[in-house]
Design a protein around this ligand. Structure first.
Ligand code: ADP
Ligand code: TRP
Length: 352
C-alpha cells in the first residue's frame, strides 16, 4: 500500500449517476482500485453549495454510495467515505482559504455559471462581478459557492493525492488545486503537497455528450441516461435521441447530434460495431433507428448489472453503515496527519 501513488476523487451528492459520471469518473475509479492507493468519497458538503433539501441530500448520499458499490468499487481495496465524516477537511478549508484570492475564485467558469443561476440571470456578457457586488441579502450568491474550489483542493491535498480521476469539466478546479499546492509549499518553504493531476486511461479527458444533440450530458441539462434507468425507459430515451435527416451524399461531414451518438457508441460498443456504422454513414446506407437499437443494447450491457446490484445494496443499511464507518476511520487517520502538519507549519500551535 505504502509506495503506491494516492488516488482520490469524489462526486457531489446531487442525484443519481448518469453515463457522463460513469465514463468521466466512476468507471475509472473501478479500474484504478487494483493498482493505486485509492480513496473515493461522496461530496455532501459541496452539494450544500446549491441548497438541497436536507432529506434529499441524505438520500442522495445513500444513492451514490450504492452506485459506487454496485459499479464495483470494493471497500476492501479502496477507501469509500462521506466527506462530512472527516471534519479535518472543514478545518483545513478554513486554513487554506487564507491563501486563496477571491479574484481567482470569481474567475472560475463553474462559479460564474452557478452564480448566474443563483441570481436568476443568463449569460448576456454583463460583468458578473459587478452584479454580485450589487446584490442584496435576499438575492445572494452564497459564499460557499465562491470557495468551492478551496474545499475541493482540500479534499485532494489533505490526502496528498497524486492522481484525481475526473471528467473534463473539472480540469479548471484541478489547475487551481495545483496552484494552491505550489503556493502553500513555496510560501512556507516546505514540500508538503504533491501537485495532483487528472487521470485517464486514454490520452485525454472524457466528455460524454447528451441525447439532445447539444453539449455534455449533465443532471441540470435534463439529457441523461442514468445507470439505474429501467430497461424500457433507457431504450425509449435512446430511441428519442436527436439526429438529423441522414447523409445525402457519400462521406458527408457528420452533424453534431449524430456525432454525439457515435461518441456514446465508442464508449459502449465494440470497435468493429462502431466502424460498421461509420462505414454505413459514409456510404449513405445508415439507418439511425438501427444505430439507436444497437446503442441501447450496448448501454444496457453496461448498466443492467449495476442497476440490479444497486437496489439490493441501497436497502442494506447495515452494509452501508459498515462501509462508511470503516472508510471514515481510514480517511480521518490520514487527514488528521496532514492537518497537524498544516497547523504546525502555519503557526497554529497549542499551549497545553
Ligand atoms: P453533473 O454535471 O451531472 O452535475 P457532477 O458535476 O456531479 O455531474 O460530476 C461528477 C463527476 O462526473 C465529475 O468527475 C465530472 O467531471 C464527471 N462528469 C459529469 N458529467 C460528465 C460528462 N458529461 N462527461 C464526462 N464526465 C462527466
Ligand atoms: N467538484 C467535483 C464535481 O463537481 C466533485 C469533487 C469535490 C471532487 N471534491 C473533489 C472531485 C475532489 C475530485 C476530487 O464533480
Amino acid at each position: 500500500m505504502n509506495n503506491k501513488e494516492v488516488v482520490l476523487s469524489g462526486i457531489r451528492a446531487t442525484g443519481n449517476l448518469h453515463l457522463g459520471n460513469y465514463y468521466g469518473a466512476l468507471s475509472k475509479f473501478v479500474k484504478m482500485q487494483n493498482d493505486y492507493d485509492c480513496l473515493f468519497f461522496i461530496a455532501d458538503l459541496h452539494a450544500l453549495t446549491t441548497a438541497p433539501d436536507p432529506n434529499a441530500l441524505h438520500e442522495n448520499v445513500r444513492n451514490i454510495l450504492a452506485e459506487y458499490l454496485a459499479a464495483g468499487i470494493d471497500p476492501d481495496k479502496a477507501t469509500i467515505f462521506v466527506q462530512s465524516d472527516v471534519p479535518e477537511i472543514s478545518e483545513m478549508y478554513l486554513l487554506l482559504n487564507m491563501h486563496v484570492g477571491i479574484g481567482e475564485l470569481m474567475r472560475t467558469a463553474s462559479f460564474k455559471d452557478k452564480a448566474r443561476k443563483q441570481l436568476g440571470l443568463t449569460d448576456d456578457g454583463t460583468d458578473i462581478e459587478k452584479q454580485i457586488i450589487g446584490t442584496d441579502s435576499n438575492k445572494r450568491v452564497n459564499a460557499g459557492l465562491l470557495t468551492y474550489p478551496t474545499l475541493m483542493a482540500v479534499d485532494i491535498l489533505i490526502q496528498k493525492a497524486h492522481k484525481v480521476p475526473v471528467g473534463k469539466d473539472q480540469e479548471q478546479h484541478l489547475e487551481l488545486t495545483r496552484r494552491f499546492a505550489r503556493r502553500f509549499n513555496s510560501f512556507y518553504g516546505v514540500d508538503l503537497f504533491p501537485e495532483p493531476e487528472n487521470f485517464n486511461f486514454g490520452d485525454h479527458a472524457v466528455k460524454v455528450p447528451g441525447l439532445d444533440g447539444s453539449g455534455k450530458m449533465g443532471k441540470s441539462e435534463g439529457n441523461c441516461i442514468y445507470l439505474i434507468d429501467e430497461e424500457k425507459v433507457l431504450r425509449k430515451k435512446v430511441m428519442r435521441a436527436v439526429t438529423d435527416e441522414g447523409p445525402k451524399e457519400p462521406n458527408q461531414p457528420v452533424s453534431q447530434p449524430v456525432e454525439n451518438l457515435f461518441t456514446l457508441m465508442e464508449l459502449t460498443s465494440a470497435p468493429e460495431i462502431v466502424q460498421s456504422y461509420r462505414d454505413a454513414y459514409a456510404d449513405c446506407s445508415i439507418r439511425y433507428g438501427d444505430l439507436k437499437k444497437q446503442l441501447a443494447e450496448d448501454i444496457l450491457k453496461v448498466t443492467t448489472p449495476i442497476r440490479e446490484r444497486y437496489h439490493d445494496i441501497r436497502n442494506d443499511d447495515a452494509f452501508i453503515a459498515r462501509v462508511v464507518r470503516q472508510g471514515a476511520e481510514r480517511a480521518r487517520e490520514r487527514a488528521a496527519k496532514t492537518l497537524a502538519e498544516v497547523r504546525e507549519i502555519m503557526g497554529i500551535r497549542k499551549f497545553y
